[in-house]
Design a binder for this molecule. Structure first.
Ligand code: GDP
Length: 305
C-alpha cells in the first residue's frame, strides 16, 4: 500500500488531493464544480467518465449534506471505486487446466500491445509474479520484428527463472508462438506467456499477425488470456489502440503500464469505463517487482491518502 501510494504520488497530488481540496470545502459554487471537472479532465478521465462522476458527486453532495472533509473523502472514495467497477473479475487466468484432449494444459497467455508500451517488460514481470507463486513458466519470444525483444526476454527469463523459446530474427511470430506452446505442453509447465509482435500499421496487418498467432496457438491449446498492454502516458492514443486490438482479438484484460511518474493516472477510470475490458495489472516502474494486480479500492485509497 505504501509502495503503491509512493508510485502514484504524481496522480495523488494532481487528482486525489486536488479533488479532496475542492470537495472538502463543502457547499460548492459553479466555479468550484468547474474546477472539479477540470481536475478530472486534466488527470485523463475523459469527458464521458468526468461528466458521470461530477453528476453523481453533485447529487450525492446535495442529498447527503456533506459537511466535513471526512464526509467528502468517504463520498469521493465510494464514487471512484464504483466507477472502477469493484465486482469485475480481475484475476489473470494463469492456472493450468485440462485441455481439449483431457491432458493437463498449461495456461496460455498472449501479451499484445504496440511497441514501446512495455509489452516485453510486462511479460517478464508477470513471469516473475507467477514463479514467485511456485509455478513453472515458459516464455515465448514471438516479437520477432523488434530486434532486441527476444534478447530482452531472454534476460528476463534468466532473471526470473523461466525457460524461453526464441525464434530467429524475422521468423514468423506465429511459428515461434506455436513452438513455445508445444514445448510448454510437452514439458508440463503451468503457464506459457507469449510476447507477441507489436506492429500496428493497419488493422488488416494486425489481424494477419496477432490474429494468426492466436489461431495457430489454438490448434494445440486454448488461449486463456489475451492481455493488452497500454501505456498510461499516451492518453487517447492508448484507448484508440485498444479499440483496434479488440476488433482483431478477444482482449480479456488490460495491463496499464507507466503509472509511476505520470499525473494522468485517471486514464485507469476511462479505460475501465469505455473499453468494457477489466484492467487486471498495473505497471509501476521498470524493476522486476513493479507490476501489481489492479485492485480498485487499493488504487483509490492510494490516490486519496
Ligand atoms: P515493448 O516494446 O512494448 O516490448 O516495450 P518494453 O517492454 O521494451 O518497454 C519500453 C520501455 O518502457 C522500457 O524502457 C521499460 O523499462 C519501460 N517500462 C515498461 N513498463 C514500465 C512501467 O510500468 N513504468 C515505467 N516507468 N517504465 C516502464
Amino acid at each position: 500500500m505504501e509502495r503503491l501510494r509512493g508510485r502514484l504520488s504524481k496522480s495523488r497530488s494532481a487528482l486525489g488531493q486536488g479533488l479532496l481540496g475542492l470537495l472538502g470545502a463543502g457547499d460548492l459554487d459553479e466555479d468550484s464544480w468547474q474546477d472539479v471537472e477540470d481536475t478530472l479532465l486534466l488527470a485523463d478521465l475523459g469527458a464521458a467518465t468526468t461528466t458521470e462522476i461530477v453528476e453523481r458527486l453533485r447529487t450525492e453532495m446535495a442529498t447527503r449534506a456533506v459537511r466535513t472533509s471526512a464526509d467528502a473523502r468517504a463520498l469521493l472514495r465510494e464514487v471512484l471505486i464504483d466507477t472502477l467497477g469493484a465486482d469485475t473479475d480481475r484475476a489473470v487466468r494463469a492456472l493450468p487446466h485440462t485441455g481439449p484432449e483431457g491432458r493437463k494444459q498449461p495456461a496460455v497467455v498472449l501479451v499484445a500491445g504496440v511497441n514501446g508500451t512495455g509489452k516485453t517488460t510486462t511479460t517478464g514481470k508477470l513471469a516473475r509474479v507467477l514463479v514467485a507463486q511456485g509455478r513453472q513458466v515458459l516464455l515465448g519470444a514471438a516479437d520477432t520484428f523488434r530486434a532486441a525483444a527476444a534478447e530482452q526476454l531472454q534476460t528476463w527469463s534468466e532473471r526470473v527463472g523461466a525457460e524461453v523459446v526464441r525464434g530467429k530474427e524475422g521468423a514468423d511470430p506465429a511459428s515461434v508462438a506455436f513452438d513455445a506452446v508445444k514445448r510448454g505442453i510437452d514439458s508440463g509447465v503451468d503457464a506459457v506467456l507469449v510476447d507477441t509482435a507489436g506492429r500496428l500499421h493497419t488493422k488488416t496487418g494486425l489481424m494477419d499477425e496477432l490474429g494468426k498467432v492466436k489461431r495457430v496457438v489454438e490448434k494445440q491449446a486454448e488461449v486463456d488470456e489475451v492481455l493488452l498492454v497500454l501505456d498510461a502516458t499516451t492518453g487517447q492514443n492508448g484507448l484508440a489502440q485498444a479499440r483496434v486490438f479488440s476488433e482483431v482479438v478477444d482482449v480479456t484484460g488490460i495491463a496499464l503500464t507507466k503509472l509511476d511518474g505520470t499525473a494522468k493516472g485517471g486514464i485507469v477510470f476511462q479505460v475501465q469505463r469505455e473499453l468494457g475490458v477489466p484492467v487486471k495489472l498495473v505497471g509501476l516502474g521498470e524493476g522486476p517487482d513493479d507490476l501489481a494486480p489492479f485492485e480498485p479500492s487499493a488504487f483509490v485509497d492510494a490516490l486519496l491518502d
